[in-house]
Design a protein. Structure first.
Length: 204
């Protein structure tokens, strides 16, 4: 058995060192690029008021269409309806009022978090409070019907396929019932807080 020992010439060693340096530089450049990309993502500018206004108009259009379906003005295939039409009416009201809120907020400078400017007038604050109460109440009504309304339900989700239809119906109703109760409490909280800010502080 023979062993072959290869020697490294100075030129080969120099080339090997150059390759190592290139690899090091490439790694550093990659880290710098990733850091710059992360910084750019963190500094992503918020949507312009025009974009926000257009989004509000789209929500208004969707809400208006759904509202007209719920009111029976826009005809739909009865076989595609699996609940009372007032559900569609309530959903349409939610989208419609949410779109109006977004569009008006884009005009009056409402922040992305929904905070009104400090110099917002009393009527504008009343406007947003009423919209918030109506939307929350409509969502709570939809959840209440799903949880407590008559007729069978067809729930689907992770783990529910392992249950029987009756058990799945019961679990789904319980979950929607809890959500409906929380939403009603949230609606009451919005109304109480709005009343305090609009009327109590005004009297003080």
């Amino acid at each position: 058995m023979s062993f072959k020992i290869s020697s490294v010439t100075p030129a080969a060693s120099s080339r090997h060192g150059d390759l190592n340096q290139l690899a090091i530089n490439a790694g550093q450049n990659a880290r710098i690029a990733n850091s710059a990309r992360g910084t750019a993502m963190n500094r992503q500018e918020p949507d312009s008021p025009r974009t926000t206004f257009v989004c509000g108009l789209l929500a208004i259009a969707l809400g208006l269409f759904t509202l007209l379906v719920g009111l029976g003005i826009v005809p739909v295939d009865p076989r595609s309806v699996h609940g009372p039409m007032w559900i569609a009416t309530a959903a349409g009201i939610c989208f419609l009022l949410a779109g109006i809120s977004v569009a008006v907020g884009a005009i009056y400078g409402v922040s992305e978090t929904g905070e009104l400017p400090k110099d917002t007038g009393w009527w504008m604050r009343l406007f947003y409070t009423v919209i918030a109460v109506i939307i929350a109440g409509a969502l709570a009504s939809i959840g209440s019907w799903v949880a407590f309304g008559p007729g069978p339900r067809a729930f689907s989700g992770t783990g529910l396929f392992l249950l029987s239809r009756e058990a799945s119906d019961l679990v789904g109703r319980i979950l929607f019932g809890l959500g409906a109760v929380l939403t009603w409490l949230f609606t009451i909280a919005i109304a109480v807080r709005g009343a305090r800010e609009l009327f109590y502080k005004k009297l003080m």
